[in-house]
Design a protein around this ligand. Sequence first.
Ligand code: PEP
Length: 251
Amino acid sequence: MRSKLVAGNWKMHGGTIQNRELLNAIIAGTEELGEGGVAVFVPYPYLSQSQSILQKTHVSWGAQNVSQHDKGAYTGEVSAGMLMDFGCRYVIIGHSERRALYGEDSHTVALKFKAAQAAGLIPVLCIGETLDQREAVITEQVVAEQLDAVIELAGINALADSVLAYEPVWAIGTGKTATPEQAQDVHGFIRDRIAASNPEVAAELKVLYGGSVKASNAAELFAMPDIDGGLIGGASLIADEFIAICNAARN
Ligand code: PEP
């Protein structure tokens, strides 16, 4: 039985005073989920603060991006080893905002996935289609291509030490959530595709849903058989909302 994970992607939001309040509220409000059920992805400058507040609690933390290189003349970049220095357990790889705004193609995403794992991080690999792609009925083709780029570089077994997040781009930050059935259809497709190469990996792999998840729609999404929790953007910045979403994931 796969346990659920709810993870907050803070994007470029935060400040030391509000972070402290938010993290302390999350710790207190999600205690019953236990180790492994809750994570936050904070901007790089707040990794140290997150580590000092969250270490010895059940809440994990991670970063929102990582370099594919392990060191060198890459001004402005942060390596996976550096994230390990700050106690990160996870890192988001290939978020649609990175793909769309910073030109990360599937090959670069795959290199980042591999670099993260090589350093001991658990990559949370984001895949998903745009509205145009959904309307052109190529959703499955798009997510398959995004997934296959990682499988080709890292191998199918590498997925065992990762988390996937299906995030339809048209649902991110738009208030437009995929219906539970729409999300389940794609989650089922992803799991079946992986199962065709390795059924054990497919059965164990967590596939999160992301895209305008709120306290009011989390439970129905998380009740779907192939949805193993959520990657939460906007609602992860509001303590009561995020806590309610986390608690909706309790099995
Ligand atoms: C995200 O940033 O991954 C996300 C899902 O954002 P939102 O919940 O705001 O749609």
